[in-house]
Design a protein around this ligand. Structure first.
Ligand SMILES: *Cc1c(COP(=O)(O)O)cnc(C)c1O
Length: 334
């Protein structure tokens, strides 16, 4: 496979000063639960509130001079990252979205200086428009996870973690398309080949886990989840993040919506931090005894771009509706 530590070291030079050096802090509460130091890499401190800025910044900054601009169809953290990085470089960004995307998300991306194109009624329609712009306007499409520059950018997180704590025994990585887990695995295993890297997804709609089990990329049904940033497929034509995760991940663990809810409450009430459901799956796996640490553990608090109304309901113990399902509330006993 044509991807390795040199790609990540090169990315570090590019993102230095633009999307790096987030805090890596211990959680006393989680350390007590784990029986070993439990450290959290706070990517919620990035200027867009999520780690995706690293990969987007590396991809955008290394495009050749004279490039017309960039495009993608993410409505979430990748779209924000691409918009921010393009503004930084002073090039055009066109983010394509379907009519179903909430207005607040559209405004958030426009506020970063990107053009927003609203097309069709599905993510597929938005992707088709993005690919059309590649043909007609010469824009470059930036994949959220299946791009070596993006994976290398995310991998810089792993370098920062292992350099700060060379004694890490296990790294718990929130897992969706696998750009983050692929990059972080390559980085930390280059420094310590014995380190364990565990990918963690929600138990319904875990595309990478299903694909590795099947031996090839498969489609999964997308189900509403507190960890919405972990939803979606890995792409049936996946070229890099699938083989990387298959080769490098020691294990994949799945957590339930109840476990994600409980972990969001722990992060808020014990560590006083606000983060998306996708961010806390590492905490959830330890709290639910699905991962039993044998040494210092690190996880990545990947993003904080959530609906504050829903966050408030979770923290106050109210029921939450997830599509046609009701997730029962639980009042936290602090
Ligand atoms: C994208 C994202 C992930 C998962 O990253 P992948 O590279 O797709 O596996 C996790 N958490 C948040 C907040 C994200 O935005």
């Amino acid at each position: 496979m044509n991807f390795g530590l040199p790609d990540i070291l090169a990315a570090r030079e590019v993102v230095c000063g633009l999307a790096d050096a987030t805090p890596f802090v211990p959680s006393p509460y989680m350390s007590a639960q784990a029986g070993h130091d439990f450290l959290m890499k706070l990517e919620i401190c990035q200027p867009i509130g999520a780690f995706k800025l690293r990969g987007a910044m590396n991809a955008v900054m290394t495009l050749p001079d004279g490039v017309a601009g960039v495009t993608c169809c993410s409505t979430g953290n990748h779209g924000r990252g691409v918009a921010y990085a393009a503004a930084r470089r002073g090039i055009r960004a066109v983010i394509c979205m379907s009519e179903l995307v909430p207005q607040a998300k559209v405004e958030g991306i426009r506020a970063l200086g990107a053009e927003v194109k609203i097309v069709g009624r599905s993510q597929d329609d938005a992707l088709a428009e993005s690919l059309r712009l590649v043909e007609t306007e010469g824009l470059v499409e930036i994949s959220p996870f299946d791009d070596p520059k993006v994976i290398a950018g995310q991998g810089t997180i792993g370098l920062e973690m292992i350099e700060a704590r060379p004694d890490l025994h296990t790294v718990l990585v929130p897992l969706s398309g696998g750009g983050l887990a692929g990059g972080v695995s390559v980085a930390v295993k280059a420094v310590n080949p014995d380190i364990r890297v565990i990918g963690i997804s929600m138990d319904r709609g875990a595309a990478m886990q299903a694909s590795i089990a099947a031996g090839h990329p498969v489609e999964v049904e997308e189900v509403p989840s507190l960890a919405d940033s972990l939803g979606g497929g890995i792409g049936l034509q996946n070229r890099l993040s699938f083989p990387l995760c298959r080769e490098k991940l020691d294990e994949i663990v799945l957590v339930t919506e109840e476990e994600i809810r409980d972990a969001m409450q722990v992060l808020f009430y014990e560590d006083r931090m606000v983060a998306e459901g996708a961010s806390v799956v590492g905490l959830a796996a330890v709290l639910a005894d699905k991962v039993r640490p044998e040494g210092p553990v690190g996880t990545i608090i990947t993003g904080r771009n959530l609906d504050m109304g829903q966050f408030h309901r979770i923290m106050s113990g109210s029921d939450i509706s997830l599509g046609d399902r009701i997730l029962k509330g639980r009042v936290y006993d602090a």
